[in-house]
Each structure stands twice: as structure tokens, then as C-alpha cells.
Design a protein around this ligand. Structure first.
Ligand code: HEM
Length: 534
């Protein structure tokens, strides 16, 4: 039920697209012809053939035949809700984006949570990272932070995403297992890709079996930029911190719930919002001055690394509240189309190669999933005015009202671009280099943050990650995959590898390798002494 009391710009916009069907409205065809009979098709005699002229019969069946659209190629299983974002601590002087500088604004927002690997009908509580995609319908255009509940990612470069997803999705010959990383291809990929070592430790941790969508952190993962009025850039990482705290299931609960209530997370979110227990998150930022870009012992452009909060604290700047369930799942959740390239003026991308590929991939997949005019689907429309010179295409819904649809033109009939109007400008980053298939040298260190993460765990958390490793690898059928995966775990921690290997007597654990700990060049520059995180 639409909460009329909220009545924000997005709610009002979407209400104008709602179908008003009830028992007093006559049934019609799609083209408005009242229909007298919808239960029996037109036949040549009560026992004779069904005739093709019955347009109502054909329309009814034909629309049904085309009800399904392709599910998302990843993150197919999800749940969404509407709400609002309110800034409480402005980033004055760092960005021109009003949503991050004006505390008087309440911005309509939308979030879709998801699993990654499973199909649309898979269970909610499987071991998997969770998608945490946020859209803010700002007065200056839609801003999407398409994040996960884990702060790092499997790979460093989007060109590897295809290999990653082919490996973690069900095996091609028998399409099993559904919605699990517990199979040979997934662990083969991860063991063969040192860059995924850090993410592996998060995947095996309790983070990937969250208690509730309401009790998950969210992370934008990549480094983005904020741009101020003078054109100066500051690097930024985004964090969402739940007011209810971060909580996980234990594995036995996750397994039972997958059978007893595969909709557990979807139901939990829906029920909480219906009951008025609106989930809330703080939006936090880690801000890194442009001059400090190279002061870390990892690369800010490497999505397999986080910025430890000891080095750059997270500052909370605003509150996201989810307070309205969708009215219609298909049009408001299935048809939502997020994209990392949806940013507003006062922001920009960094040159993270994973982010660059995402900026292409989302828009591209949505063309085949929803059709080129998916921008007209109500949940995707901005609440601010929008005018483009793009036109036509399948499913176009806007009629043109001017003779010339090119820019500039003799009628001055179209919206104008002019520096005086403000608008989005890319940050004029100075770039130079040889065109080659290479990453910066700091992209080649893969284990220190995995060790940092493992070493930060309490004894129960360590017991859980060992049990998770044993469960996942027990589902692998090939000895070589188990051996390679445990050899990789050995780089994270010898004790961890030995403990997992107890379940696999045939696996040989290599000798211990030194624990890198973590020496911070950044801290040494700031404080004059090295600090080791172990
Ligand atoms: C979908 C997160 C990397 C391609 C999604 C969704 C999330 C997400 C949350 C679901 C959006 C929704 O709810 O509708 C992430 C994160 C990544 C990452 C946090 C790494 C930091 C990538 C990469 C690619 C990619 C590298 C491709 C090169 C896709 C595609 C979809 C998707 C094609 C489906 C979009 C749709 O059909 O609307 N991702 N993703 N993702 N992602 Fe990613």
C-alpha cells in the first residue's frame, strides 16, 4: 500500500503510472474494448474448433506468453524498497553535489538487495556476497551507488568478470549446484587467481550469510571522486552502516532456512517495513586528498583492497531510511536498472579498471534485459526534469514536440548546453602512459589484506571460517581443486590451512609462509613510525 503520508516526489511520480483496476471497472482489451466473456473462447459449435478471430483469446494468451523477461545475468534474486536520504553533515567545499552539501533536502531513495550467483527463484540464505544497490533520486539527476555487503571484490579488472561469473555460476554440463560457490569451478577459479585471495576470506566468513538485509553493511567498493567548485578533486569511498548493527546467521540456520523459508530475507525486509520498523543506515565516507593518492602500500584503484579505517576513518554524513514497500514487484524491483555510471555533477569516477568495465556493462545488459527505452520505466525515471536529443527506439513513450532534434539548431527549440548552466563535467585528470595491457605495480600484492582480515577474527569467527572452508571444499569432487584451494589458504594463514585440511586427509598443506602483517607507508608518513597490523 502506498504510504500517502510520505508523498515524496518519487511516490507521486510513480502513482501516476499505477493501474486502477477494481471490481467496478469493466474488463477491456488492451485497446479499451469492453469484454463480455473471458472464461470461454469463441468456438465453431460447442464441441467444434476454436476460431482464430477471437482477438481477446489471442491477446490474453499472447501477453501471457511474453510475461517473462531475462533475469539479471548476475544478482538475479533480490528484494527492493523505497525510502529517503537525509544529509546531516555537509561535505562543504569538497563537492558541488547538492545531495552531499545541503542538509535541508530530503531525497527520495530506492534500494535493491540481492544475492549474486543464484537464479531468480533461488534461496535467500545461501553463502554469497549480497548486492546493496542504492539509488538516490536527487534534484540533479539519479545517483546510484551499486555496491555489495563486502568492501572488496574477487578481481581487479572488469575483463575478468566474465571468467569469474562463468566459474561461480552452476557448471555448464548439468547446471548444478544452484546458488552456491561450493563447487569445483568456483574454487578452481579462486585458487588460480591470486587476486581473489582477499575476497575468498570474506566469502568464507560469516559476512556472506547475513542475518537480515537490515543488518548488513554496504560498500561502494571502488574509489570515486568528489569535485568542488574550484575543480579540485578528493578521492572518496562510500560505506553504509546499519543502525541495527551487522549480524550474521550461523551456518546451520542458513541451511535450514534455505529449505524452510527460501524467502527469509525478502520476507524480513517486507515485514519490518510494513510494521513501521524502518531500517536505517548511515552513509559514511572515507576521504583521501588527491595529494595522498600514492601514500598507501596498495593502489586506490585496486578493488581487491580496502582502506583500513585506522588509516582513513569513516565519517558518517547522512541517514538512509527505507519506509515503503514496492506496490508491484515486477515494475518496481525486476525492472529497476542500476548503473555505476549514474553519478551527478560534483562527482566523478577514478581510473579503477573494474569500475570502467562496470560503467559499460550495466547499461549494455539492460538494453537486452529491458529494451533501450528502460529509462522510461517509472522506477528508473529521475524526479527532476530530463531532456535529451535521443529519440525513438523500441518501446519509446515520449512524443517529440519540435522539428529539429539535433544540437545546435536554427529554432533554438531544444534544451541547451552551456557552461553557465552548470552541469556535469569530467575531472580533467592528467593522464599519460604507454598504451599496454598492464596494471600499476601495487596491483601485484594479494595476501596482506587477507591476512589482516583473518587475523582480526575472534576465535568463534575463526572456527566458522574453517567450517565454511571444509563445507565448500567437501562439495568439490576433484582432489586437485581441494589441494590448490588449501595451498592458497596457506598463504592467508598456515593454521587456517591446517584446520581446513583436517577434513581432507589426502591434501598436503605446504610449509608456513611468513605472515606479512601490514606495514603502512601512509601511517609512517603521517606519524613518523611504521605500524604493523597483525
Ligand atoms: C548487477 C554489484 C562488479 C556486471 C549487480 C548488482 C549489484 C552489483 C549490487 C545488482 C543490481 C540490482 O540490484 O539490480 C557489483 C559490485 C561489483 C560488481 C559491488 C564490484 C565491485 C561487476 C562487474 C561487472 C558487473 C566487474 C561487469 C564487467 C553486472 C551486471 C549486472 C550486475 C551485468 C546485472 C545488471 C542488470 O541486469 O540490471 N552488480 N558488481 N558487475 N553486475 Fe555487478
Amino acid at each position: 500500500v502506498v504510504n500517502a503520508a510520505i508523498g515524496d516526489a518519487k511516490t507521486r511520480q510513480m502513482e501516476s503510472f499505477t493501474l486502477e483496476d477494481n471490481s467496478s471497472t469493466p474488463l477491456t482489451s488492451y485497446f479499451g474494448v469492453p469484454i463480455a466473456e473471458t472464461d470461454i473462447a469463441l468456438r465453431a459449435g460447442a464441441r467444434g474448433p476454436t476460431v482464430i478471430e477471437d482477438f481477446h483469446n489471442r491477446e490474453k494468451i499472447s501477453f501471457f506468453d511474453h510475461e517473462r523477461i531475462p533475469e539479471r545475468v548476475v544478482h538475479a534474486r533480490g528484494a527492493g524498497a523505497f525510502g529517503e536520504f537525509k544529509l546531516h553533515t555537509p561535505l562543504t567545499g569538497l563537492t558541488t553535489a547538492k545531495i552531499l552539501t545541503e542538509t535541508s533536502k530530503t531525497t527520495p531513495a530506492y534500494v535493491r538487495f540481492s544475492t549474486v550467483g543464484g537464479s531468480r527463484g533461488s534461496a535467500d540464505t545461501v553463502r554469497d556476497p549480497r548486492g546493496f544497490a542504492v539509488r538516490m533520486y536527487t534534484d540533479e539527476g539519479n545517483w546510484d551507488i551499486v555496491g555489495n555487503n563486502v568492501p572488496v571484490f574477487f578481481i581487479q579488472d572488469a575483463i575478468k568478470f566474465v571468467d569469474l561469473i562463468h566459474a561461480v555460476k552452476p557448471e555448464p554440463h548439468r547446471e548444478i549446484p544452484q546458488a552456491q560457490t561450493a563447487h569445483d569451478n568456483a574454487w578452481d577459479f579462486m585458487a588460480l587467481h591470486p587476486q581473489s585471495t582477499h575476497m575468498q576470506s570474506w566469502v568464507l566468513s560469516d559476512r556472506t550469510i547475513p542475518r537480515s538485509y537490515r543488518m548488513m553493511q554496504g560498500f561502494g567498493v571502488h574509489t570515486f571522486r568528489l569535485i568542488n567548485a574550484e575543480g579540485k578533486s578528493t578521492f572518496v569511498k562510500y560505506h553504509w552502516t546499519p543502525h541495527l548493527g551487522t549480524h550474521s546467521l550461523v551456518w546451520d540456520e542458513a541451511l535450514k532456512l534455505a529449505g524452510q523459508d527460501p524467502d527469509f530475507h525478502r520476507r524480513d525486509l517486507w515485514d519490518a517495513i510494513e510494521a513501521g520498523a524502518y531500517p536505517k543506515w548511515e552513509l559514511g565516507v572515507q576521504l583521501i586528498p588527491e595529494e595522498d593518492e600514492h601514500k598507501f602500500d596498495f593502489d586506490l584503484l585496486d578493488a581487491t583492497k580496502l582502506i583500513p579505517e585506522e588509516l582513513v576513518p569513516v565519517q558518517n554524513i547522512g541517514t538512509l531510511t527505507l519506509n515503503r514497500n514496492p506496490v508491484d514487484y515486477f515494475t518496481e524491483v525486476e525492472e529497476v536498472a542500476f548503473c555505476t555510471q549514474h553519478i551527478v555533477a560534483g562527482m566523478d569516477f577514478s581510473s579503477d579498471p573494474l569500475l570502467a568495465g562496470r560503467n559499460f556493462s550495466y547499461f549494455d545488459t539492460q538494453i537486452s534485459r529491458l529494451g533501450i527505452n528502460f529509462k522510461d520505466i517509472p522506477v528508473n525515471r529521475p524526479v527532476c526534469p530530463f531532456h535529451t536529443t535521443q529519440q525513438d527506439g523500441q518501446g519509446q513513450m515520449q512524443s517529440k514536440r519540435n522539428r529539429a532534434r539535433y544540437h545546435p539548431n536554427r529554432f533554438d527549440a531544444l534544451p541547451i548546453t552551456s557552461p553557465a548552466n552548470g552541469g556535469f563535467k569530467s575531472y580533467p585528470e592528467v593522464v599519460s602512459g604507454i598504451k599496454e595491457r598492464m596494471h600499476g605495480p601495487k596491483f601485484n600484492e594479494f595476501v596482506s589484506q587477507a591476512q589482516l582480515f583473518y587475523n582480526s577474527m575472534s576465535a568463534p569467527e575463526k572456527a566458522h571460517i574453517v567450517a565454511a572452508g571444509q563445507f565448500e571444499l567437501s562439495k568439490c569432487e576433484e582432489h586437485e581443486v581441494q589441494q590448490n584451494a588449501i595451498s592458497r589458504f596457506n598463504l592467508i594463514s598456515h593454521d587456517f590451512a591446517l584446520a581446513v585440511a583436517e577434513a581432507f586427509p589426502q591434501v598436503k598443506v605446504p610449509d608456513a609462509v611468513p605472515n606479512h602483517g601490514r606495514k603502512s607507508e601512509f601511517l609512517s608518513q603521517v606519524t613518523g613510525k611504521n605500524q604493523t597490523f597483525t
